[in-house]
Design a protein around this ligand. Structure first.
Ligand SMILES: Cc1cc2nc3c(=O)[nH]c(=O)nc-3n(C[C@H](O)[C@H](O)[C@H](O)COP(=O)(O)OP(=O)(O)OC[C@H]3O[C@@H](n4cnc5c(N)ncnc54)[C@H](O)[C@@H]3O)c2cc1C
Length: 490
């Protein structure tokens, strides 16, 4: 079959290469060039598990190595990346430095890996995307850059199928006049961002915080503020990708907005005060998008072309890889995906876009109070850790079609929507206590990691003993779980 893929971010390039490995003729069409700046950098265990499955199934050794920090450094030292040991959250209050209250600090650290070697990575997208394009070309993909793709371009290529991997570029949305469904999204945030040199480390600015399961800064760091939140992703070479997600526009030009927020939150000011933006700060008023369709006769979109919610909880890369896996499987029998596969693919993407939106919109409501936020975050961590452990133990391709973020799970599937509803009405201290207790009860049937446990003081290591204790949650005997432990440590 002849397939055109429009957009050569990592997602378009990786899918192009897999289809070429399967024997399809693939044209990868890019309107820009590589290397180029791109945002969306922080990977997760579920993303890496998908990379490993793709590596095994299609013989992509580099994908296996890029799925863990130690292997990445050993094989591709020239591709810039950052060590990501987990998810770090702090709550800041306007006009006050971050309060070090010891174990009662408004701080949450959830480890995603037990050590640096198997840890996740932040991807310096300029390098990683360029790598994936080069690998696609080597696999026989016909790559063209600096092209303005039109219906005539596609006609001339005689393609049987088009994949839209153009991200917010919205290639097919424009060509096919696909309506927007932004009005059904609950999340609303603008973005003020750049890459920076010279960002300080949290322990240097707030000394004496109790030791966590990993060094606080080697993580996806989330600084929650009254207007939204700031992500901060540190690469191993010292550069940091950072951006404020703001519910409402702060007045002024981007540089003024930035200075205003640094003044308002003294600890963030101390972290970033001497940092130099590596390119001018940029502001985008609303970053969410969502379309009415993800597939049609002869075409399909990758997630970032179909919908985007927010960087909160780093869902983008993992979701994109899951979708690549699904489409790749649908192309395996030598023809284009069947009508049935496309319908299933679209239904899943649509349900998953809703799910991410409910979870993130709920988290924005919960940001008002750190206890609420930490509880809402537990829904995310329960969902992904349950999926991760299952995928590690039962390493099969059936994971591809399992719902992302608990979609379709009888216990977890309904939680993001229900929590958003509850959070909208949580006002009093009693409401907050009730919300925390509801989350704890609701995730219990899937809580393989001992989440939502006040005795941890918000510091969650990867705890395999806890997992063994919870064997029944996975429907396994203690003995069978113990014998599966090597797969979990990998
Ligand atoms: C602020 C922000 C932070 C994020 N943080 C994270 C994070 O921490 N973790 C995470 O997992 N995800 C994150 N994401 C999501 C992540 O960016 C996406 O999931 C990821 O970029 C998807 O990759 P992609 O290859 O599908 O699309 P893109 O990276 O958007 O690539 C699209 C490509 O298509 C090309 N293109 C566009 N239009 C056309 C056209 N008409 N013709 C030809 N080519 C075209 C573009 O030039 C580009 O090369 C974040 C997103 C944002 C906005």
């Amino acid at each position: 079959m002849r397939v055109a893929i429009v957009g050569s971010g990592f997602a378009g390039s990786l899918l192009a290469r897999i289809l070429a490995v399967q024997g399809h003729g693939v044209a990868l069409l890019e309107r820009g060039t590589h290397p180029r700046f791109a945002i969306g950098e922080s990977s997760t265990p579920l993303a890496n598990l998908t990379l490993e499955r793709l590596a095994r199934r299609y013989g992509l050794g580099d994908c296996y190595d890029l799925a863990a920090h130690g292997r990445w450094i050993a094989r591709f030292p020239e591709l810039r990346r950052g060590l990501k040991r987990g998810f770090t959250f702090y709550r800041h209050h306007a006009g006050r430095p971050f309060a070090n209250a010891g174990l009662r600090s408004e701080r949450l650290l959830v480890a995603a890996s037990p050590n640096d070697h198997v840890a996740d990575n932040h991807w310096l997208r300029a390098d990683v995307d360029h790598h994936f394009v080069r690998a696609a070309i080597q696999a026989g993909v016909e790559y063209r850059d600096r092209v303005e793709v039109t219906p005539d371009t596609l006609k001339a290529l005689h393609v049987d199928f088009v994949v839209d991997a153009s991200g917010p570029g919205g290639f097919l949305a424009r060509q096919l006049a696909i309506p927007s469904r932004l009005n059904r999204m609950h999340t609303h945030a603008g973005l003020l961002f750049s890459h920076f040199d010279g960002v300080r480390l949290m322990p240097d600015v707030v000394p004496g915080l109790p030791a966590g399961p990993y060094p606080d800064d080697w993580a996806a760091v989330h600084h929650i503020i009254e207007e939204g939140w700031l992500y901060s992703l540190r690469f191993d070479d010292g550069v940091t990708s950072a951006g404020f997600l703001l519910r409402d526009r702060v007045p002024g030009a981007p540089e003024e907005m930035w200075r205003h927020l640094l003044r308002r939150y003294p600890t963030i000011g101390a972290l970033f005060g001497d940092a130099k933006p590596l390119f001018p700060l940029s502001y985008k008023p609303r970053i969410q998008h969502r379309l009415a369709r993800a597939t049609g006769p002869g075409w399909a979109m990758l997630p970032h072309a179909f919908a985007f919610v927010d960087p909160l909880f780093s869902t983008g890369i993992a979701w994109s890889l899951r979708a690549i896996e699904r489409l790749a499987l649908s192309f395996e029998n030598g023809s284009v995906p069947s009508e049935r596969d496309l319908a299933r693919y679209e239904a899943q993407l649509s349900g998953e876009a809703d799910q991410i939106d409910w979870l993130v919109a709920g988290a924005y409501h919960a940001m008002a109070r750190f206890d609420l936020f930490a509880a809402q975050a537990m829904i995310y961590f329960a969902t992904v850790s349950f999926a991760e452990v299952n995928q590690r133990i039962h390493a099969t391709e059936t994971a591809a079609w399992s719902g992302f973020l608990g979609v379709g799970d009888s216990r977890l599937g309904g939680l993001p929507r229900a929590s958003l509803r509850r959070l909208r009405h949580a006002r009093t201290r009693e409401d907050r206590r009730e919300f925390v207790s509801w989350v704890t009860r609701s995730i219990a049937p899937r809580n393989v990691c001992g989440l939502a446990n006040p005795a941890t003081h918000g510091l969650y290591p990867v705890d395999l003993d806890m997992l063994v204790q919870r064997h029944a949650v996975l429907g396994m005997s203690r003995e069978s779980l113990v014998s599966a432990l090597p797969a979990l440590r990998a």
